[in-house]
Design a protein. Structure first.
Ligand SMILES: Cc1ncc(COP(=O)(O)O)c(C=O)c1O
Length: 388
């Protein structure tokens, strides 16, 4: 059963418990993975030669210069020394939080704001460092940051705001006007604003337009990203921190050095290859997500009494309201136990700080295998209906 949220990574526990029962996986939010051969096919001749010749010496602790240059090129005005590579996006978040908040006396002189829902490991990392106020995003407001509520929660000792846009599990992207207002607020109060942008490559741009990456629009803005989701390369373990402030990155590097010396040399070359081929890789991944989204919408006509699909906001996953009599969590458990279809109830994003959506499930869209999983979901629902 899914229990209290404090100091537990509920999503990880759910996957550990039910993953072995899953024959049809609709839980993932990453994209179709590329094979090594597939990645090398899109490499320049120079990078293919580097791949064949590379050894396994220690590399630059900040990430190979070529890799950081490729990441910086994705931003408007950042240089390679304004990027710090980490082992995945989660390590990047951990390092930047520690760099801003530690080491200090816990709870005495620091406070942070957390916009919810957010990936639980980020919440746990922050709660270990200081007092945290959670501010839940509201569906009625399109899951946008509520500037007045945020302002009211700011204290003299508040140091930062942490958020995740495009957001999981809601899929919501940040509205550009709301971002402007949030940046002005942070600037007035001298706050760091950290955004986990890991789902940016798969977002569906909404009519209001696309918000810029935080590091491109605020001098104390920190963009976290990596190759784990839209690129379909979570096994490379390449994430990064992008930020104007070199001093912050220096502190983050000291934290990172206590975790690992450097990235894997192989991952650095492959990551650089992927970044140079970004338009091609992302276009392919988005086409898979889009095809699955269309198919899900088609199939969902048959179970409108079960799930109400949210408006499409991201091609990595979609949130759906569960309309059955029991809870979304017990539906998800029954589905995987009886039919082998794995979906994630949004209660897995539960927070000890504020209520988050509980009556929804998140369905992954990023893999070609999702098509048969969607069929299995429809079949399972028909079977339940016949049995009822
Ligand atoms: C919002 C969010 N941030 C970070 C991560 C972790 O990314 P990585 O595997 O690159 O550490 C995840 C993984 O599911 C996630 O959903």
């Amino acid at each position: 059963m899914i229990g209290a949220a404090t100091d537990r990574f509920l999503l990880g526990e759910f996957l550990a418990q039910w993953g072995p029962f899953a024959r049809h996986d609709l839980s993932s939010s990453d994209s179709e993975t590329l094979s090594l051969a597939g990645l090398l096919q899109v490499a320049s001749a120079e990078n293919a030669a580097r791949w064949n010749a590379h050894g396994f010496a220690y590399t630059d602790p900040r990430g190979h210069l070529r890799l950081r240059t490729a990441i910086a090129a994705r931003h408007d005005h950042l240089a390679a020394d304004q990027i710090l590579c980490c082992c995945g996006a989660q390590e990047a978040i951990y390092c930047v939080l520690q760099a801003i908040l530690g080491p200090h006396d816990f709870a005495r002189d620091q406070h942070a704001l957390l916009l919810l829902p957010i990936y639980q490991p980020s919440e746990l990392a922050l709660q270990r460092l200081c007092e945290v106020t959670g501010i839940e995003l509201q569906e009625a407001d399109g899951w946008q940051p509520d500037i007045d509520r945020i302002e009211a929660a700011i204290r003299p000792e508040t140091r930062l705001i942490l958020m995740n846009y495009p957001n999981s599990p809601t899929g919501a992207s940040l509205d550009p006007d709301r971002l402007d207002a949030l940046v002005s607020l942070c600037r007035r109060h001298g706050l760091w604003l950290i955004n986990d942008e890991i789902y940016r490559q798969t977002e569906i741009v909404q009519p209001g337009g696309r918000a810029p990456m935080l590091a491109d629009c605020y001098e104390r803005g920190v963009s976290i990203n990596g190759l784990s989701k839209g690129f379909g390369l979570p096994g490379l373990r390449v994430g990064w921190i992008a930020c104007h402030d070199r001093a912050l990155l220096h502190h983050a590097l000291i934290v990172k050095s206590s975790l690992s010396s450097c990235l894997a040399a192989s991952s650095e070359i492959l990551a650089e290859i992927a970044l140079h081929a970004e338009p091609r890789i992302i276009a392919t991944q988005r086409a898979i997500g889009l095809a699955n989204l269309h198919y899900l919408r088609e199939c969902s006509m048959g179970f409108t009494d079960l799930l109400e699909l949210d408006q499409p906001r991201n091609l990595a996953f979609i949130s759906c309201r569960y309309l059955g009599d029991d809870s979304a969590a017990s539906f998800a458990t029954r589905l995987v136990r009886d039919a082998g279809v794995l979906v994630l109830p949004t209660i897995l994003w539960r927070s000890s700080l504020a209520p988050v959506i509980q009556d929804c499930v998140r369905l992954g869209l990023g893999h070609t295998r999702c098509r048969t999983a969607i069929e299995a979901l429809a079949e399972a629902w028909n079977a339940i209906r016949i049995a009822a």
